[in-house]
Design a binder for this molecule. Structure first.
Ligand SMILES: Cc1cc2nc3c(=O)[nH]c(=O)nc-3n(C[C@H](O)[C@H](O)[C@H](O)COP(=O)(O)OP(=O)(O)OC[C@H]3O[C@@H](n4cnc5c(N)ncnc54)[C@H](O)[C@@H]3O)c2cc1C
Length: 427
């Protein structure tokens, strides 16, 4: 039995702590927030318990399903036929299946054929190693053509990554296309999932199972320093006191590592510091009227400075229309400093542009969630730039959402990595 400290009680930290407790270790899980769940945590939105940040599940999210089974909540998965749209030139066009592609009015026939082919082949690919040296833009322009990149992708990439848009790797975007593209009932019907009660159902079940196994939970407690001696981890300073541990698993965003683990070699710290993240200001609206039948609307319009809208209630049925509007951006952007009111005003005006039948009186409520390290920006060859999970300090493992590159952030991958790190303790 080893004394294990897990830092961060998001999906990865919870899965690691639960697995470590299951393997018979003595575990302390330390979380700076007052609630567990990290990015997957809920909040009370006028009586509705819902994610601060939207969460959908794909058919390939096997680690989530296996864990839900193990926790006795396997029957809580729900699947719904969903659809996507593209808002362009004042109209929402259906998107995401061969017929919609053929009917799409803003691409030439050859561009449609090339897009369909590239997307189809991407969903069938088993590996993207052959495009690892390319950027998303290079890959899309080579496969689907310049016209397609300009029409469908350019503005979406620029409104998410801004000055970093041309640094995003091809295999990251291809992996994302494959994950969503394969979550289907048939070639004509996309199908996405949600957990009954939201991701909080999984968070609660993990917390219950972990504490039932004797695991200790320290909420509202920040880990300020990982302590080491003679190249071995000895514990952490958390909430102003020393917590002894023979093994430490950190799941906090990698930009925080250098200052949290000052004893790491300078070369390792430089590697963590080089990993870039963008932030997100994620708005959630309750509306009296539906915007559209689509779950996801991509937006390409010079007068709308957001890449899309997510009408979450078209996936998880709730009493009113619930819509998320994520503003991703590097935190160096001036807009990052905007007040909540500025974001709500602008985003609601965009909702009304997408569906002009929505009036001021249809807005019931809006809330704003912010996250500084929301999305790692992974450039070509990203894996070679990542420091190994097992650090040069014996007993200290470090990972965050960028470690499962080329997979995009996801609860499922965080669960897989958390469990893997817990299992590596004994080795
Ligand atoms: C807008 C948005 C939309 C998303 N959509 C989806 C989706 O549709 N489907 C999906 O599967 N996934 C989605 N994700 C991603 C998913 O939420 C994450 O991949 C997953 O929840 C990450 O879990 P984690 O534990 O790895 O990281 P986190 O949840 O970030 O957990 C890290 C934890 O560390 C804590 N921490 C930080 N510093 C300290 C410290 N010093 N001491 C103690 N604790 C600390 C943080 O508070 C946090 O709780 C989305 C994420 C966002 C932001």
């Amino acid at each position: 039995m080893v004394r294990v400290i897990v830092i961060g009680a998001g999906a990865m930290g919870l899965a690691a702590a639960h697995r470590a407790a299951q393997l018979g270790h003595e575990v302390d899980l330390v979380e700076v927030d007052s609630v567990a769940g990290g990015m997957a945590a809920h909040f009370d939105f006028g009586g509705l318990s819902i994610e601060r940040f939207y969460h959908f599940v794909c058919r390939s999210d096997e680690p989530t399903f296996a864990l839900m089974h193990e926790l006795g909540i396997g029957d809580k998965m729900r699947w719904r036929p969903t659809s996507m749209g593209y808002f362009m030139k004042g109209k929402i066009h259906p998107w995401g299946d061969p017929i919609s592609l053929l009917r799409f009015p803003h691409l030439s026939l050859i561009a449609k054929i090339r897009t369909g082919l590239q997307m189809f082949l991407t969903t069938k690919a088993s590996s993207f190693a052959s495009i690892e040296d390319k950027t998303a833009r290079e890959w899309l322009e080579k496969g689907s053509g310049h016209e397609v990149y300009q029409t469908l992708w350019k503005r979406l990439m620029e409104l998410k990554f801004y000055e970093l848009a041309d640094r995003v790797s091809a295999s990251w975007i291809a992996t994302r296309v494959r994950r969503i593209g394969n979550s289907r009932r048939s070639i004509f019907q996309e199908e996405l999932g949600y957990i009954d009660g939201g991701s909080q159902t999984l968070v609660d079940a993990l917390v219950r199972a972990y504490t039932a196994k004797g695991g200790r939970m320290h909420l509202a407690t920040s880990v300020d320093k990982v302590e080491t001696e003679g190249g071995k981890v000895t514990g952490v300073i958390a909430g102003g006191r020393f917590l002894a541990g023979d093994a430490v698993i950190s799941t906090v965003p990698t930009p925080l590592i250098s200052s949290m683990v000052p004893d790491l070699p300078a070369a390792s710290k430089a590697q963590y510091d080089a990993i870039q993240n963008i932030g997100v200001v994620c708005l959630i609206f309750r509306l009296k009227k539906s915007i559209s039948k689509h779950f996801w609307i991509n937006i390409v319009d010079d007068e709308i400075d957001i890449p899309g809208l997510i009408q979450f209630s078209n996936l998880r049925p709730v009493d009113e229309t619930v819509v998320y509007v994520p503003y991703y951006m590097p935190t160096t952007q001036a807009k990052w400093q905007w007040s909540d009111e500025q974001f709500v005003k602008e985003a609601f005006s965009y909702i009304r542009k997408v569906n002009p039948q929505i009036t001021e009186s249809d807005l019931i409520d809006a809330k704003v969630g912010r996250l500084k390290y929301a999305q790692p920006v992974c450039e070509p060859g990203f894996l070679d730039k990542l420091p190994p999970i097992q650090t040069p300090i014996t007993g200290l493992q470090i990972a965050d959402t960028c470690y499962y590159y080329p997979e995009d952030r996801g609860i499922s991958e965080s669960v897989r990595y958390g469990r893997m790190m817990a299992e590596a303790i004994a080795r």
